[in-house]
Design a protein around this ligand. Sequence first.
Ligand code: SIN
Length: 538
Amino acid sequence: MPSKQPEFRRYLVPIDSLSTQQFFTDCLVIGSGIAGLRAAIEAAGCGASVTLVCKGTLADSNTWNAQGGIAAVVRNEDSIESHIADTMATGAGLCEPEVVRQVVSEGPALIRELLDWGTEFDKTNGILDATLEGGHSHPRVIHSHGDSTGRGIAEGLLRKLRSMPQIRILEHFFAIDLLTNDDNECLGVIGHRAGNSLQIIWAARTILATGGAGRLYRETTNPENATGDGLAMAYRAGAVLRDLEFMQFHPTTLYIAGASRALITETLRGEGAILRDRDGNAFMKDYHPDAELAPRDVVSRAILDRMLKTNSTHVYLDIRHFDKEHFRKRFPVISELCESFDIDISREMIPVRPSAHYLIGGVKVDRNAASNIANLYVCGEAASTGLHGANRLGSNSLLEGLVYGRIAGRHAAEGLKRPRTYLRPKRIEFQIAHSDRSHLDTDDVRNSLRALMWRNVGITRRETPLVEAQEIIRFWQRYVMDKVFDTPFGWECQNMLTLALLMARAAEERKESRGVHFRQDYPAPDNDRFLKHIELSR
Ligand code: SIN
């Protein structure tokens, strides 16, 4: 049946499943970050045939770009209880205690597994190096090749994955929509492979590991493909989304007007970097006793305040006191980045400002990584497991991706029957009525949306701009959601509008400040009304 309300359309494209090219797999994994890779390895290890698809190359993920590290208890002087307590304290009342215990406790063994699979974590005298980040009471952020941690982990996982013949990898496959039946069961995905027409992958189990949505903001550390597609398609399929108001902003992104933004890892502050305003004042002590190592939301707001007070577009990160040779070895990615902009770190400070970094919210899952849609599992940044609460402790996300990737892979592969009679094509037909409404320039809509989200649903929020943002997004939706696109660029724009509206709505609904969500009009937490999650579904 064609839908009368285009913004609520079930599928973005018309479907005639029986005349569409089709593939079959036990487990379909969508996404190639740490969670997707770990899930694929686990599912294949449990005997399932696995197809892993990603919309770019295997390297186009937030994981690949992660610098600082992965948090885990690896030192004798540290403890599981301490890591749990830090995670819970940072999460501002909304962490799920059992999930926190599960992730933190399983971390060390999974790090050992990564070492076995070839990830070279940095060591001194045979002992893992560990650094501090804000909110951690012990150095427990371990790293690989200095600030190439994500890449080091992904390469190790890929080596393992490529040694497993039952895993097939399809790059440049854009997953458009999850296919579901009337019994609320996920049947696989309809997507588009570069150079081909639409394709259906029927899967007994689908694992969504599509990452985050930093690209909904003008300023972000995220790669270009982080447009929230997984969350938007899960929403269309009827999944419950949760905690979408909690977008974490990273305090220090390289700011050079005109240049693309790049993360400047928090571990620099963990190792002594100082934030200074344009007049050279170290200002963080004025905002929090932990100064540079205060929680990220505090540092981001402090920087914003300082930028306003000094009438400046950015502040500076001062590492002039670092040993230059040590810096080059310990932070090779940032070192190269600075050199590429002729910043001599022994004489000059690095211009930085906050930007959108990590979406804490996502598809609500249980402790088996299962969503409310049968056969659909979600892990990594796309999931809301309850680990982070209202504020994520730095470097806990790679850990969560690893732990919940394994859990998703294991549970998805459970109970698959032989012979695989469940893998038969099903009839799904969906038509979309032609719309005579005007066309908008999707490039312009995307850019305007990113500016709107930054302005109205950014680091600090207020009622009127949040309401206004929803009105504007709804207006764009009328002209974009009614169209049928045939390229990822168009589908991404539809997904961005879908998710942005939900994020603005959740931010409006939470009339208090908690964790990374700061409302200027409600600057304090309101435990009586809001010590709870905000859930949204169709
Ligand atoms: C960083 O290196 O500062 C980012 C790490 C994270 O977001 O967990």
